[in-house]
Design a protein around this ligand. Structure first.
Ligand SMILES: [Zn+2]
Length: 151
C-alpha cells in the first residue's frame, strides 16, 4: 500500500514523479511493487519496460500504486528492501522528490536510462548493477535488492 505521506506530481525533467508531502522517517515503506509479474520480453509495452522492477534474472514486477512512478537518482533518498519495497534511507522532508537508484535492482543486458539528475556524481548511463561502483554498493548496503546481493 502507498504511504499516505506522498503524492504524485509533475516533474520538470521526467514526466510524473512522487513527492513527500509530510516528513518521512528513515525505514518507512513508501510504496511497493505489488502488481503483475512479467517474464521474458514478449509483448512488452514501453510503459511496462520503463516502470517495472527487476527481481530475478528474467523477471520483473509492476505496481498497482505509485511505486512505478518513482524516479531514479544517482543520490537517492530511498532504496529497496527485500525485493519489492521502496524504503526511506534517511529522513525525507516535505517537498522532496522520492527517488531510488535503479541499479539497486536492475541487471539488464539491453535496457538503459540516460540520467539527467545533474549531480556531480551522476553516472549518466543507468541500467546495470554490474556498473555500480563498489564504493556505492557498500554505501547502499542492504538497500540493494536481495536478488542482486545473493549473486
Ligand atoms: Zn544521475
Amino acid at each position: 500500500m502507498d504511504n499516505a505521506k506522498v503524492k504524485v506530481k509533475r516533474t520538470k525533467k521526467y514526466g510524473r514523479g512522487v513527492y513527500a508531502i509530510k516528513k518521512i522517517r528513515k525505514g518507512e515503506v513508501i510504496a511497493s511493487f505489488d502488481g503483475p509479474i512479467y517474464t521474458g520480453r514478449d509483448h512488452w509495452t514501453t510503459d511496462m519496460y520503463n516502470h517495472s522492477i527487476q527481481f530475478a534474472p528474467n523477471k520483473w514486477r509492476d505496481s498497482k500504486g505509485v511505486a512505478r512512478l518513482i524516479n531514479h537518482s544517482c543520490e537517492p533518498n530511498c532504496g529497496i528492501k527485500r525485493l519489492f519495497d521502496v524504503v526511506a534511507m534517511r529522513t525525507i522532508q516535505p517537498g522532496e522528490q522520492i527517488t531510488w537508484d535503479y541499479e539497486m535492482t536492475e541487471k539488464n543486458p539491453d535496457w538503459r536510462l540516460r540520467c539527467k539528475c545533474g549531480l556531480s556524481q551522476c553516472r549518466k548511463i543507468i541500467g546495470n548493477y554490474r556498473n555500480l561502483p563498489f564504493a556505492i554498493r557498500k554505501k547502499y548496503g542492504t538497500y540493494i535488492s536481495l536478488w542482486l546481493r545473493r549473486t
